[in-house]
Design a protein around this ligand. Structure first.
Ligand code: MN
Length: 153
């Protein structure tokens, strides 16, 4: 997004969509580590070194299970579901806040039979996410609550 051309006002056009903001469904094939999720970049401000995105998954969708050096600040904006941060699984709902520190496994799942949408603030400059190895998954699933969350128990 070229900040010189960013309009000052971008009204919402329909539920959880905004004028001039591209709606980007993630492509998925059989091996995709996510399901039924889309992304919209609401703000990208180099001066702030910040980007604010809106992610939304359909009922039963989920984000990628990943970790990375950069942190996330998240606010649930739509619906409810569940969320893994580190070894903690929590139910989340509209307006809940979630802080995801560096190098912490995290995933969102629309487990409540409805879409789950959240705002996610990140640094413009960020490292690529790491996906779990089989060993990582086995360690995560050693925790029964995490195993249930991941659908592996
Ligand atoms: Mn992440």
């Amino acid at each position: 997004m070229d900040s010189e051309r960013t309009p000052h006002f971008r009204p919402t056009t329909q539920d959880f969509r905004w004028e001039g903001v591209a709606h980007q469904p993630y492509k998925q094939d059989g091996s995709a580590p996510f399901k039924d999720i889309s992304r919209q970049v609401l703000f990208h401000e180099d001066d702030l070194a910040g980007e604010l995105r809106y992610f939304e998954m359909d009922a039963d969708g989920y984000s990628t299970l990943e970790r990375h050096e950069h942190a996330h600040a998240v606010m649930i904006l739509r619906g409810s579901g569940s969320c893994l941060v580190g070894d903690e699984v929590r139910a989340v709902r509209q307006f809940d806040l979630v802080s995801i520190p560096a190098w912490t496994w995290h995933q969102f799942r629309a487990t409540a039979g409805e879409p789950l949408g959240f705002l996610c603030m990140v640094n413009v400059l960020r490292d690529r996410p790491q996906l779990p190895t089989q060993d990582d998954l086995a360690q995560l699933a050693a925790n029964p609550a995490v195993a249930r969350f991941l659908g592996e128990a």
